[in-house]
Design a protein around this ligand. Structure first.
Ligand code: 5RP
Length: 224
């Protein structure tokens, strides 16, 4: 089986958990795109759901697939969020945000009664920390936040580089951080959240209820 087939398998298994009448949060990235595709098929077969998206890209894909899309600004709570990840471990700690959507992804995940992460086997790790941790930053605070992150021991890179910096859907910047050691993710979460100018980051430590991981066609499920 290819990686894409594993992603599709994990995505399809999660979409099976969507029931009639649910309000669903749709994630971002290639694995989430498989889930949106499958949900579109189920909607066209008669499933009645509404959804919100964690990125403009996913919103457009879902709308084109025939899914009734809402503006999340009008939504206080969702039933189920389904999203991909860059790393996930057995504690259901994850690093997300390689696609730059981690701020909206975190908000939608928090809004959800349940969140399922979907992934191919390459995303499963013994303990998160090898992936770059993306931090979304108000452009005004870019240098100040970069210094604070470096003081925490991170090697910090502006995503896209100085000449053509990547912009999030909110028009903010992303600082990608590599930490030599990643001993206490909960403490790091709190520290990052306390830096003025940090609008969000890719550490997901409390939001995920289940992970559905497919490796070589073999589906594994981890529940909190
Ligand atoms: C985007 C994300 C993605 O869910 C994550 O990067 C995984 O992407 P993919 O399924 O393409 O590997 O967090 O911000």
């Amino acid at each position: 089986m290819t990686t894409d087939e594993d992603k599709r398998e994990a995505a399809n298994a999660a979409v099976e958990e969507i029931a009639d009448g649910m309000l669903v949060g749709l994630g971002t990235g290639s694995t989430a795109a498989f889930a949106i595709h499958r949900l579109g098929e189920r909607v066209r077969a008669g499933l009645r759901v509404r959804a919100v998206a964690t990125s403009l890209r996913s919103f457009e894909q879902a709308r084109a697939a025939g899914i009734a899309m809402l503006d999340f600004a009008d939504v206080a709570a969702t039933d189920l969020a389904i999203d991909g990840t860059d790393e996930i471990d057995a504690r259901l700690y994850a690093i997300k945000g390689a696609g730059g959507a981690m701020l909206r992804e975190k908000i939608v995940a928090e809004s959800a009664a349940r969140m399922i992460v979907i992934a191919d086997g390459s995303k499963r790790v013994a303990a998160i920390g090898a992936a770059k941790l993306p931090v979304e930053v108000l452009p005004f605070a870019r240098s100040f936040v970069a210094r604070r992150l470096a003081d925490l021991g991170a090697t910090v890179t502006l995503r896209g580089g100085d000449a053509a910096p990547f912009r999030t859907d909110q028009d903010n910047l992303v600082l990608d951080c590599r930490f030599a050691a990643f001993d206490d993710p909960l403490a790091l979460d709190a520290t990052l959240a306390a830096i003025p100018g940090v609008l969000g980051h890719g550490l997901f430590l409390r939001e995920i209820d289940s992970a559905i991981i497919c490796q070589q066609g073999q589906v594994t499920r981890i529940d909190r």
